[in-house]
Ligand binder design. Structure first.
Ligand SMILES: C[S@@+](CC[C@H](N)C(=O)[O-])C[C@H]1O[C@@H](n2cnc3c(N)ncnc32)[C@H](O)[C@@H]1O
Length: 393
């Protein structure tokens, strides 16, 4: 993005152009080319028109990720891609505030999604960002949301953190897919992260981080949003006696957490009860399936698989609950007959620990009924089995 054109957007005529661009984009049915033609027919500089329309387009895209406030914010395409989802950033900011931290230094703030979340809960923030345009965008975001805070252009490794209670870093990763964990892709580098974690810090990392890379005395928190594992955050400096935490956030922002303090460490293994629970991926990555089993007074169907069973239905955000309607043998002929006899058609297939490709099995079963159903194929202490289940709210 052109830095001078972005700066222009923040001026009074630039804000007017942005307003015109919003209107032109809406009136042309989100046709950026037609909107650009209409705006250029006025006396506007084409670079300014392009910058304004980029913001309009990115704002619309950002609302899903960052909520309604995104309609007033500014973005770069990469900055939006890298930004922490709003509800995750809010959860983190709330934790930081609840831990009593008042002054936060954000090293590598990007467009500032985490930064504005921290400022929004009353934390005094200062950020450093090495890309000047991105830094200008983060600064503009604080101002656009009426928040106080400062952003300077600089290198994370050259900052003095002594004036702050806590340092936050969300290193950029060259492999932006995020699930894999390769310390060599981190910027600032992984060695810098390790140094930060000897002080009071929070560092956002890829959720694929191996447990062995989490330093001693540091809490690793795996976070999922709307059923999708998003990130891990490493928390150092707060001696809470917790090493592993899973936090599950739903689309409304409601949050549930479980930690190793809730975890008996193992669970009994037994046959299928009245209910089966499928723990959220954050719970699985945090190795806290046995904590969920304890919470629902349940047991595992197999010591190595993340299915919990119980005779108790306890609704929980940490695991999806299913009522078990029937247990069928994992034998295709018998399964087909049983499902056809029930008039089943559309079939959701979940499986763990068994060799089966759901799409291929669905095709081979050739069900033509109209009743939708869900099956879970899993190992149990006695044999592999197919559980005919009903998802519970
Ligand atoms: C993943 S983004 C941060 C996203 C941010 N947490 C958010 O939610 O919007 C990482 C940022 O760190 C910046 N960065 C990378 N290495 C840096 C360094 N050594 N010093 C300062 N900033 C750096 C990148 O330019 C990038 O904007």
């Amino acid at each position: 993005m052109d830095g001078a054109a972005f700066d222009y957007l923040l001026t009074t005529p630039g804000q007017a152009l942005l307003g015109e661009a919003e209107a032109a984009y809406a009136e042309t049915g989100a046709d950026a080319l037609a909107a650009a033609r209409r705006l250029r027919a006025g006396s506007h500089d084409p670079a300014h028109v392009a910058a304004a329309l980029t913001q309009v387009r990115l704002r619309r895209k950002a609302v899903d990720k960052l909520g309604e406030a995104a309609a007033r914010m500014y973005f770069t395409p990469v900055g939006l891609e890298q930004a922490t989802a709003g509800l995750v950033a809010e959860h983190r900011a709330a934790r930081i505030a609840a831990a009593g931290h008042h002054r936060l230094l954000d090293l590598g703030c990007g467009i500032g999604a985490d930064l504005v979340a921290a400022a929004s809960v009353g934390i005094t923030v200062h950020a450093v960002e090495r890309d000047p345009v991105t830094a200008a965008v983060a600064r503009a975001n604080l101002a656009a949301l009426g928040l106080t805070g400062t952003v300077s252009v600089g290198e994370a490794s050259e900052q003095n953190s002594s004036a702050y209670d806590i340092v936050f870093a969300d290193p950029a990763r060259r492999d932006a897919r995020g699930r894999t964990f390769d310390p060599a892709t981190y910027s600032p580098p992984w060695s810098f992260v390790e140094d930060l974690l000897t002080e009071t810090a929070v560092v956002k990392v890829a959720p694929g981080i191996p447990h062995t890379l989490v330093p001693a005395q540091v809490e690793a928190e795996w976070v999922s949003l709307s059923g999708r594992l998003r990130e891990a955050a490493l928390w150092s400096g707060a001696d809470q006696g917790v090493q592993r935490r899973a936090t599950v956030i739903d689309g409304s922002g409601a949050t549930a957490s479980v930690t190793d303090a809730d975890d008996p460490g193992d669970a009994s293994v037994a046959d299928v009860g009245h209910f089966v629970y499928e723990p959220d991926d954050a719970v699985i990555r945090a190795h806290l399936v046995t904590a969920v089993a304890a919470d629902v007074q349940g047991w595992l169907l197999d010591p190595h698989l993340a299915y919990v069973s119980s005779d108790l239905h306890r609704p929980s955000r940490l695991a999806r609950a299913y009522a078990v309607r029937d247990v069928l043998p994992f034998k295709e002929k018998q399964l087909r007959a049983a499902l056809r006899a029930r008039g089943i058609g559309p079939l959701t297939i979940k499986k763990r620990g068994v060799q089966v490709t759901p799409e291929a099995l669905r095709r081979r079963l050739g069900l033509r009924g109209s009743t939708p159903a869900t099956i879970i194929i899993t190992r149990t202490p006695t044999s592999a089995a197919v559980l005919l289940v009903e998802p519970l709210a």
